[in-house]
Write a protein that binds this ligand. Structure first.
Ligand SMILES: [Zn+2]
Length: 401
């Protein structure tokens, strides 16, 4: 399916899901301790939906807007602060930034950016609005969210996770669900910029400034199960590093690149890549990382994707000692070229194979057919970690094993 068809089908599915939303009362937070009931009508639901799905008629235009949104976001990332500093700023719980507060934020990897009216970029204009959308006709993609101290439930946990309430109108609520919906169906993290305003004293005058950090929309599965009950739910977001945001933006901007027919991956976090690198995986032992992956593959009916010698045998029909980690780009080739050396044992350069197929490959690369299979079936160890790290880690934890 090419990207235009893909978006068309996402629009149709969304239309279907929204049609199950009923009119009626919804309870939404008014302030930290107060709630209010708002009445939602069929007409409002219909018009909010139309605003989004009318783009189905001109999907190519929508894709242009979509790319534009993330190109813009991509170039804002350079102004973003570290998650640690953003969390420090959040926890100050004050709109006025003292010299010492500022020092602390900067030492934690923050950048404080002075705001100015004299710019055409809304991101750095002093506008006190909650959520800012992309500048397309329908304004349906969340671009920036501003955090205002003291609003609603503004708890931020140690992983940088927080909730963000929707505007008190159906159109705004539905856009929250739409961005979650896109994230789910495009299988990529939806990235926004989180912004926090401050006043700080420059010489003897109070000036407006802010700090930014990228965030991704997370934990949306439950919301998308039934839009009728979740319509007015907040978004759950997590502050992320610039590096992760850039990697996700790259993926969001590569959705229409189908030249090689190879899905574009987001980078694996460095710590994860080291934790599951080849040298760790090849350490023997019943509870070693390598054994965990092999057992997980057996349990999940994974097979040897190579198959030249084994006819694609299921790993569960082999002993763990008969299973090996193969390199997509061969070890010798990586050794020969310095720029590859550091990535030689990266989980995305590894796939699971039977001993027989692996040794017949010797120092060669997998053939183009196998390369494609590994990619399309998400068969690198990195892919497995992206999708199932928790399960893999839990292998061998049960007392029966
Ligand atoms: Zn094999």
């Amino acid at each position: 399916m090419n990207i235009t068809e893909k978006f068309k089908s996402i629009f149709s599915q969304f239309e279907k899901d929204v049609s199950l939303i009923n009119a009626g009362l919804r309870e939404v937070p008014k302030s930290k301790s107060d709630k209010q009931e708002i009445n939602i009508t069929d007409k409002q639901i219909k018009s909010a939906l139309q605003n989004i799905v009318r783009q189905k008629k001109n999907t190519d235009h929508f894709i242009k807007d979509f790319n534009h949104n993330f190109e813009k976001l991509n170039s804002s990332i350079i102004m973003c602060s570290s998650p640690k500093s953003f969390m420090t700023a959040w926890r100050l719980r004050s709109k006025e930034l003292s010299k010492y507060d500022a020092e602390k934020i900067i030492n934690d990897g923050g950048q404080i950016i002075p705001s100015t009216q004299r710019t055409r970029f809304r991101l750095i204009k002093p506008e006190e609005q909650g959520v800012m959308y992309n500048l397309s006709k329908s304004k349906d993609l969340i671009h920036v969210i501003s955090h205002n101290e003291g609003n609603y439930d503004d708890h931020l946990d140690d992983l940088g996770v927080f909730k963000y309430q929707p505007p008190v109108n159906v159109s705004g609520m539905l856009k929250y669900r739409w961005c979650q919906f896109l994230s789910k169906h495009l299988k990529v993290d939806f990235i926004v910029i989180a912004r926090m305003w401050f006043q700080y004293k420059y010489f003897d005058e109070w000036t407006l400034g802010f700090i930014l950090a990228p965030a991704k929309i997370i934990q949306f599965e439950d919301d998308l199960k039934d839009l009728n009950t979740s319509l007015h739910n907040p978004l759950t977001l997590q502050i992320i590093t610039r590096e992760e945001a850039l990697s996700s933006c790259h993926k969001l901007l590569s959705l229409d690149v189908d030249t090689f027919d190879i899905p574009i991956r987001t980078d694996l976090e460095d710590t994860k890549a080291l934790e599951w690198s080849y040298d760790k995986l090849s350490t023997p032992g019943k509870t070693s990382k390598g054994t965990k992956i092999k057992k997980w593959a057996q349990k999940n009916n994974k097979k040897c994707l190579d198959g030249r010698k084994c006819n694609n045998i299921l790993f569960k029909d082999l002993k763990t000692s008969e299973i090996a980690f193969g390199h997509v780009i061969s070890q010798k080739w990586c050794d020969a070229f310095g720029f590859l050396r550091r990535k030689k044992h990266h989980p995305d350069n590894l796939y699971l194979t039977c001993n027989k197929c692996n040794s017949s490959l010797s120092d060669n690369f997998p053939g183009s057919k196998l390369q494609k299979t590994i990619s399309n079936e998400e068969g690198t160890i990195g892919d497995w970690l992206r999708n199932s790290e928790e399960d893999i880690n839990n292998m061998g934890k049960k007392p029966s094993e």
